[in-house]
Ligand binder design. Sequence first.
Ligand SMILES: Nc1ncnc2c1ncn2[C@@H]1O[C@H](COP(=O)(O)OP(=O)(O)OP(=O)(O)O)[C@@H](O)[C@H]1O
Ligand SMILES: [Mg+2]
Length: 316
Amino acid sequence: MISIHTITNPSTLQFRPKRPSRKPPKTLAPIHALLQYNRKPQLAGDTPRVVVITSGKGGVGKTTTTANIGLSLARLGFSAVAIDADVGLRNLDLLLGLENRVNYTVVEVLNGDCRLDQALVRDKRWSNFELLCISKPRSKLPLGFGGKALIWLVDALKNREEGPPDFILIDCPAGIDAGFITAITPANEAVLVTTPDITSLRDADRVTGLLECDGIRDIKMIVNRVRTDMIKGEDMMSVLDVQEMLGLPLLGVIPEDTEVIRSTNRGYPLVLNKPPALAGLAFEQAAWRLVEQDSMKAVMVEEEPKKRGFFSFFGG
Ligand SMILES: Nc1ncnc2c1ncn2[C@@H]1O[C@H](COP(=O)(O)OP(=O)(O)OP(=O)(O)O)[C@@H](O)[C@H]1O
Ligand SMILES: [Mg+2]
């Protein structure tokens, strides 16, 4: 027997009794999803939307998310600047394959050694996407560099001659120390990346509290590295479990996919792959929802697992 939970408001999610009589037809979710993504998303909110991509725990996929959502936004026709705020351990430039084009960083801009537009690296594949690095690799955070400097930077991007970008994405460092505080300071909204394991969830919960204390109320989560085979074997928490634990709206569910590792090593973001990889499609859908400030109406299918693939999770 199949039981389906349709999640409309994850923040108030409760365990629900199974109601087989209200079960939608099996084909509804995929058709709905296809129709929804066959149109251009409507940009919600005031621009530029300043979004910090954070997690608490390291290595869960913040930089991967920043690169792929950033380029997806550009492909959807929106302008985006991705700021690598992981000072000293920056790697967004590597994931984007732009490492050889970073000549100047924000540190040089603040020192008056170059102009802001010289530090912005425009992607040749999608010219409405630009990268900005805070500092050179392995360098230390300059004394006095903090949230105020990042606010100045965001203001400078807003006041550029060519107009403000639609999105400013900030790739946050792991942890909750000074680098984290600096990265979240100018943000109005946050994307919290977590993996479905207890250590990542505990850190994500702590970070959610800190974001809320900082006045960031619009927090959506991406559950990364999901393995349906392990969920079916009850060796991994389901996305529904993660939602119930964190109580956050769901922006996307990204499967564990070897293509992610391949694309990381090639410096060629997954969403540019042709044909698209499964994780790439999932990042595109997450970007689509980010534009509309929408969250996922997840459809979780339990039991009868072998007949269904990863997209059983998606209700569009
Ligand atoms: N969905 C996925 N499937 C497989 N591998 C993934 C997936 N997401 C991320 N990875 C891999 O996990 C590693 C860490 O990813 P990433 O650098 O994006 O994490 P991070 O949170 O930015 O790390 P840090 O905290 O060090 O900044 C990378 O090697 C990446 O390729
Ligand atoms: Mg990172």
